[in-house]
Design a protein around this ligand. Structure first.
Ligand code: FMN
Length: 347
């Protein structure tokens, strides 16, 4: 295993972990081979598939690879009234076809420790966590193998708790970021801190390294946040339109051709706040009831699958950051090269 250190990066770029089929061995290895970090969002992936994916990736690169997981408390189904209203909201969508709405007896997700075991077998250089902090036992086990631990923060409190469990670094996720918002407790007031402001606050309050995420699309953005004090950047949206990304055709189409649309934060797809391109689903679900995460995520799978098959982007989670109109349709290697050139030109 290659022991990770920020100073070993040729370009301080982490390709973001993106759960939901976006990360592929080809994408992660191209980024790692270009001197950055290639990541996998494994939250919805079975332990067997995690093992297989990392094994394939190891054959494509000996660069830095990051495996990422969501951390959240077990949830229960809400009361009958909320369930009925949530089902009604989904049943009333203006779809041409009906989709099955199955409320699971219990929410479906994999056991975190078993998932992590699969990752550890393959010794990635980094393991990161999103939405919360894992147990100290998990953190100590990962670190004892020489693997670095990173955890997302969206405010000072979260960053300080991450520092207190002796994680190796923090991923500061600004409000601009695409995909799930990393806030630990959705019931708390969200300060909605934009990246630069968040970075400044975190750097004043913690002393472990900070990675900047949210809306970074060009070399000049990298330069800006490095100047503030970040040691690296994490880009999600910018990699979604790369040739090697597993992004669906329809999602890529919206990223590349629906650039007049705005992005919005919604809980309607998964039950947790996440930023995506505005579409009919987000609009029609506005103000409606839904199941908690990850039950809503499980329930909306058939709808999203059906929508995908029909090539209809209006009922799919089109995750994207606020600056998605700057995406490029290139290979990951080319994107890394262009970002590197822009970054150097800015120095
Ligand atoms: C499609 C998509 C899926 C994401 N899934 C994850 C995930 O599984 N784990 C995670 O830590 N962050 C996830 N994120 C958030 C990224 O780590 C990062 O915060 C975000 O992409 C940065 O903003 P940007 O998209 O504007 O670059 C996801 C982002 C996107 C766009």
């Amino acid at each position: 295993m290659k022991v990770f250190n920020f100073s070993k990066l040729k370009l301080p770029v982490i390709q973001a972990p993106m759960a939901g089929g976006f990360n592929t061995p080809e994408l992660a290895s191209a980024v790692a081979n270009s001197g950055g970090v290639g990541s996998f969002g494994f939250s919805f992936t079975s332990p067997e598939k995690i093992d297989e994916t990392l094994d394939i990736t190891k054959k494509l690169t000996n660069g830095f690879i990051n495996a990422n997981f969501f951390v959240f408390k077990p949830v229960r189904l809400p009361g009958k009234k909320v369930q009925d209203e949530a089902i009604k909201a989904l049943s009333n969508l203006t779809l041409n076809e009906k989709f099955e709405i199955n409320v699971p007896d219990k929410p479906f997700y994999y056991d975190l420790e078993t998932q992590i075991e699969s990752a550890l077998k393959n010794l990635p250089s980094i393991i990161t966590f999103h939405l919360g902090i894992p147990s100290l036992t998990i953190i100590e086990k990962i670190k004892s193998l020489g693997i670095k631990v990173g955890i997302t923060a969206t405010n000072i409190d979260e960053a300080q708790s991450i520092e207190s469990v002796e994680a190796d670094f923090i991923v500061a996720q600004g409000f601009e970021a695409g995909g799930h918002r990393g806030i630990f407790n959705q019931e708390n007031v969200d300060e909605k801190l934009k990246l630069d402001n968040l970075l400044i606050k975190l750097l004043e309050n913690v002393s472990i390294p900070v990675v900047a995420a949210g809306g970074i699309m060009e070399g000049k953005d990298i330069k800006r946040v490095i100047k503030i004090g970040a040691l690296a950047v994490q880009l999600g949206t910018a990699f979604l339109t790369c040739d090697e990304a597993g992004t669906s055709k329809i999602h890529k189409h919206y990223l590349l051709n629906e650039q007049k649309r705005k992005t919005q934060i919604t809980k309607a797809f998964s039950g947790r706040m996440a930023r995506g391109i505005n579409n009919k689903f987000i609009e029609e679900m506005n103000g409606k009831k839904f199941f908690p995460f990850p039950i809503q995520n499980t329930i909306t799978i058939p709808l999203r699958r059906e929508s995908q098959i029909k090539n209809n982007g209006e009922f799919i989670n089109l995750w994207a950051g606020t600056n998605f109109n700057k995406v490029r349709k290139v290979s990951a290697q080319k994107l890394m090269k262009e970002l590197g050139n822009e970054f150097k030109a800015e120095i």
